[in-house]
Ligand binder design. Structure first.
Ligand code: C2O
Ligand code: CU
Length: 596
């Protein structure tokens, strides 16, 4: 069982457990003896099952189980200790007394006396579940105390309502415990994880580019209507087209791109996804520049010194902006093209897939490079049918010793790029994205759905890690949680229990070699993306990467995954480090890397 499915199973069992205890409590309050006993027995079983899932999760990594071990387990134990003996006694009294009618009446009354213990167990498990769902990692005394306060208060209320009143002393004690736990818990939970302020609005730096060949482009952002598979859809576009114009350069050129905003009210910027530009050119509003508002312009200038497949997109209200169409391709080639060299940026516009399929015959023996780009917020599956091929590059970096593949699919994370190369055979070839042909050299029918998927961590030839020391280490635990720091409460996507802008930045020094571990304890995929640097993958789920060195800027951290990556801090500035499911990024999953 993968850790991801273990996380899901644990959650389901916890819900069943809560339902069992609360249902048992309600049934006994209503004097449904059998139902009450049945539900309670079920809840007891679920509680033991959960002991197993929690243990397994703790063994997979403390991040997955911290609050479950520290808060849920003690509460479960209390639940079993309080409800268990009462149940056993209730059950024995029944077998001793038999089922004669008068005695059945008695035991019906009797069953009501276990209602409060069963409800207590239900509240305890609900409290623990809420801590997991609303608070998550790291476990905090504040959250634990709030859960205890809730459990005590709910139990006291049930006790009163059900008539079997606690003595004054007990009731008062309960109130005192609940209030004390509430006050301390709130205090502790509200204690600021105060993030040092992120300096904003840098002056645009100069990229020192005098005297080099300059490639000039102008991109004008505006609202428009574009035609996709026979239908007009509303879009936000650069120069009226989705994707925007393809920007190309040869290594060594200087790119000068003038961005103009015609009428995108919420502003627009250009971020060069995967291109490690100087910080002032990175296009993150509020961090490296201000958003370009309607009528304004901004000129980006940087040297194209990395060859490879990249893309650009707005970083202002990026979730909406990119989805609506403010993106395009950036390709930097080492030399003039020989053979066929095609970009395939995949996108979903208003629910319709782009690009529209194209078919172009290619002569046998011609070298072909397909540059696949995923500009959506979720993973896509690509399958190249009809030829042997190699994955020449991922995220713009060439792989070392890529071997030929056949009938193998690749999964590209949100923001990621794969370059597939092959020599055109005499027979047709087709590229499928999620089962839909988007590019072909002739008619191909192929069922690619059952193909194995390439694992880039074991593909190609290894070479030694270029560093022998690590100067700094970070851990990012991805989860969901309640964020009460803003104007309105929100169920945020969190990093280490906090949401943007309250996630403390990662602070490094120039030339540090930095490792960071990314742990996904949520139930959804988080495609991770660091600006300004490429990270080298060291391991995934404890298994070291054994293939070609993988220098990525976008990688899928699946539920239960633990990735260990490293990078050289060689590009000073303030950099976004975020989930590239842009809805998640906007819902809190963004932090910053800064140089001290
Ligand atoms: Cu492609 Cu910060 O984004
Ligand atoms: Cu995410």
């Amino acid at each position: 069982m993968t850790v991801g499915s273990l996380l899901a199973a644990d959650l389901v069992i916890a819900v069943l457990e809560v339902a069992g205890w609360l249902g048992g409590g309600a049934a006994s309050a209503a004097r449904h003896r059998r139902l009450a006993l049945g539900l309670a027995a079920f809840a007891l079983l679920a509680t033991f099952a959960r002991a197993i899932t929690i243990t397994a999760l703790a063994r997979a990594g403390w991040w997955f189980a911290a609050e479950k071990v520290l808060i849920a387990a003690p509460l479960s134990l209390a639940a079993v200790v309080v409800a268990g003996p009462r149940l056993l006694r209730g059950d024995c009294s029944r077998s001793r007394r038999g089922v004669r009618r008068a005695e059945l009446e008695w035991s019906r009354a009797d069953i009501r006396s276990v209602a409060v213990p069963l409800l207590f167990a239900g509240y305890a498990e609900s409290g623990a579940l809420l801590v997991t769902v609303l608070h998550g990692y790291p476990a905090s005394a504040g959250a634990g105390l709030l859960a205890v306060a809730g459990v005590v208060a709910a139990t006291a209320v049930s006790w009163r309502v059900l008539g079997a009143r606690p003595s004054r002393v007990v009731f008062r004690a309960a109130v005192v415990v609940a209030v004390a736990a509430l006050v301390t818990g709130t205090g502790l939970a509200a204690a600021p994880g105060a993030a040092p302020a992120v300096p904003h609005d840098h002056q645009p730096g100069d990229a020192r580019t005098a005297g080099e060949a300059t490639r000039r482009f102008t991109l004008t952002a505006g609202t428009t209507t574009v035609r996709v598979s026979g239908r007009d859809v509303a879009a936000w576009a650069f120069n009226g087209q989705v994707p925007g114009p393809e920007l190309t350069a040869t290594v060594g050129d200087v790119l000068e791109v003038t961005l103009r905003n015609r009428d995108i009210a919420r502003g627009v910027t250009l971020h060069w996804h995967g291109y490690d530009v100087p910080n002032s050119q990175d296009g993150v509003p509020g961090v490296t520049q201000s958003a370009v508002l309607p009528g304004q312009e901004f000129v980006y200038r940087f040297r194209a010194d990395q060859a490879g497949t990249y893309w650009y997109h707005t970083h202002a209200v990026s979730d909406v902006g990119v989805r609506m169409g403010l993106y395009g391709v950036l390709v930097v080639r080492p030399a003039p093209v020989t053979g066929v060299d095609i970009t395939v940026p995949v996108h979903t516009l208003s629910g319709r897939p782009l690009p529209t399929p194209r078919t172009e015959p290619v002569g046998a023996g011609v070298p072909v490079r397909l540059r696949l780009i995923n500009t959506d917020s979720t993973t896509h599956r690509y399958a190249l049918a009809g030829t042997r091929f190699r994955v020449a590059a991922i995220d713009g970096s060439d792989l070392n010793g890529p071997t030929p593949l056949v009938d193998t699919a690749v999964l590209i994370p949100a923001g990621g790029r794969y370059d597939l190369v092959f020599t055109a055979p005499a027979t047709p070839v087709a590229l499928f994205v999620d089962g839909r042909a988007v590019y072909s050299t002739g008619a191909v029918s192929a069922a690619t759905g059952a193909w194995p998927v390439l694992d880039p961590l074991t593909y190609g030839v290894a070479s030694p890690v270029p560093w022998s020391r690590f100067d700094r280490e970070f851990t990012l635990v991805l989860d969901r949680g309640l964020d009460l720091h803003g104007l309105f409460p929100r169920y945020a996507h969190t990093v280490n229990g906090a949401a943007d802008p309250d996630i403390p930045p990662q602070v490094v020094r120039l030339d540090d070699i930095v490792t960071f571990t990314i742990v996904n304890r949520s139930l959804v995929v988080h495609p991770w993306h660091l600006h300004g640097h490429h990270v080298l993958v060291l391991s995934r789920n404890g298994e070291p990467a054994t293939g070609s060195p993988l220098w990525l800027d976008s990688f899928d951290v699946r539920p239960g995954d633990v990735w260990e990556v490293a990078f050289l801090a060689d590009n000073p500035g303030m950099w976004a480090n975020h989930c590239h499911n842009l809805a998640h990024a906007d819902a809190g999953m963004t932090l910053h890397l800064m140089y001290s």
